[in-house]
Design a protein around this ligand. Sequence first.
Ligand SMILES: *Cc1c(COP(=O)(O)O)cnc(C)c1O
Length: 393
Amino acid sequence: MDVIPYATQSINEDDIAAVQEILTSGWLTQGPAGPRFEEAFAQRHGVSHAVAVSSATAGLHIACLALGAGPGKTVWTSPNSFVASANCALYCGADVDFVDIDPLTRNMSTPALKAKLEQAERGGMLPAVVIPVHFSGLPCDLAPMRALADHFGFKLLEDASHAVGASYQAQPIGSRYADASVFSFHPVKIITTGEGGMVTTQDAALARRLQLLRSHGITRNADEMSLQGPMPGPWYYEQVTLGFNYRMTDIQSTLGYMQLQRLDQFHIARERLAERYDQQLAHLPLKLPVRAPSDASTARSSWHLYAVEVVPGPGVADRETVFKRLWDERIAVNVHYIPIHTQPFFRARGFRAGQFPAAEAYYAQALSIPLYPALTDAQQDYVVAQLTQALKA
Ligand SMILES: *Cc1c(COP(=O)(O)O)cnc(C)c1O
């Protein structure tokens, strides 16, 4: 039997045909496929502006810059995330710090955020940008976070890498509460472009700033130039800020547009599999994922990951053993995430183990088990049977 991965892309014949066609269309990059994907993505997420980028990491970088992160500023994020959620602050010359997670949702804890903000205010050290991460696709509790952003005067940037198509209080992620939202299209995520990402915002000026930063800081719009008088010629452009080449190709945009057509299908398949896991794993010594960001709010997860925690006890194997046994049975489970602040690079910057105990306790028992649209019921039953065995000490 083939290896069952924890996550994988879903590519069909239509995706292949569309990508093949774009290769001979005359446009490999900077053609019409980019805006077509951006418009479709914006419409699906109920937001007025979407800016496609070469990766979510690139999107986090330019979104941080556009929201004012820089030297002398601080950015806060969740320790239970991929390192890119923190690195984006450092790319801008800002400092980074973390807010511990809620042990049930595994997302940034709103009470912990509030307490840290009150303390930072007393010390005159409020963050410029806060980056909550919708871990596994379950939205963070955004309404109280928005209220804190308004009260304390920071920008709210969602790392929605896991949350394509998810919703909070019946509103699509990316459309409300945050100042900007960043999505990833890496192959393990909900839809893919190979590498790729999208930044969404309701703010037209911010979207324009993101477009400039994505493409070398270059403009061809006369009203953005310092030029006085008529244009020297049709070749003319001006670099008005320091930007990057973070563009998405037309090849990637075409694949993304095709994948977006199947987003609802992907969600339904993931949701159904998650419900089957909920039922079949209920009696095991496991802590299962929750469905709501808090008692007071509702959400629909995109189910990027199905992450469980091994509950230690008599007769229960430890997480390392469970992990190894599943790999031996060709089930490629994974662990998300090693708390960012415990990475050697961040320890060298002064962080240490013990600082964010909820993220560390979660990590110690965490296991991401296979979840992707093409996972069959038979494969899932095999995963459940093997996990049941593996958990026995
Ligand atoms: C995947 C991921 C990223 C980075 O996405 P890329 O598109 O690979 O750059 C950032 N944050 C989180 C939470 C992710 O899961």
